[in-house]
Design a protein around this ligand. Sequence first.
Ligand code: TRP
Length: 327
Amino acid sequence: MAKQVVFSGIQPTGDIHIGNYLGALRNWVRLQDDYDTIYCIVDLHALTIPQDPTEFEADRLRAAKMVIAAGVDPTTSLFYYQSQVPQHTELSWILGTLTQLGALNRMTQFKEKADQAGENLGLYSYPVLMAADILIHHAHKVPVGDDQTQHLELARDLAGRFNRRFGDEFPVPEGIIPEHGARIMSLQDPTSKMSKSDPNLGSRILLLDDPDTVRKKIGRAVTDSGSGIEYDWDNKPGITNLLEILSLFTDTAVDALVEEHHDKQYGAFKQLVAEAVVDGLAPIRSAYSSLEDAEVSRLMNKGALDARSSAEKYQVGVREKLGLTGH
Ligand code: TRP
């Protein structure tokens, strides 16, 4: 039987941090073993907030390199820049004609981003393009962080709507939202999610942070009053977040870690977490530094070529169903 298709995307804005890694990227890598995996740098989505073209070009390449350094193998996965595969935007337009404004009005991320960056039509229809990203490849599974569930729901809804109206075309995609790691919190405010756009750099650890920076950021992480290493999001969100990070980087269950470190001082515990993060990031840092820009660009162009031809095969069927075949 053919393998199921996994699709996911990441924006090339801001540097990728351990929240992105533990919540999504790491799972992208693992899914390569069991699925046909397709991953995308969603540069068109990033244009919904203003970008400086020169910096944007560099950001895109850096994001691609980080994804590869983190373990996505472009010879195993289909990996490319969204803007190089125009079928995404074609399908997005078509899906837009099936999207009710009410559904877009309910999107919480639109409201947040519109408040920050000003609203525009692209930002409003962002979830429709995301649905197109997923459906263009007939994806079955979509690994994402928990802030994407509302967008995913729209993709499912649009797949069903299209199928009912025009005949079966799209599988209805399901999210893969990890039980742990989907919400790594800010080191400076453990009640809000670690975010690329937080102005406070101490709030997040970047994949390429050097060991001393990692140690400093974790050393300064906000902890909780009292003492004791306990897993308790309500009363000890700072320590709980660090426990979560330690658990994911060491592949050890939180319970076992609590048992082992229960009586440690916060300071000693933070040191331990810092070393686990440093160790976990070391192979990524070293893979990143050995990647050549020109080679990565070549791989991305090749990825786009392959993605165009596989997307086009499906798009032919979509056009036929809509009466757009020209005969
Ligand atoms: N909206 C996603 C995010 O911000 C990125 C994204 C765009 C995506 N298209 C996608 C994720 C398709 C999964 C599938 O994280």
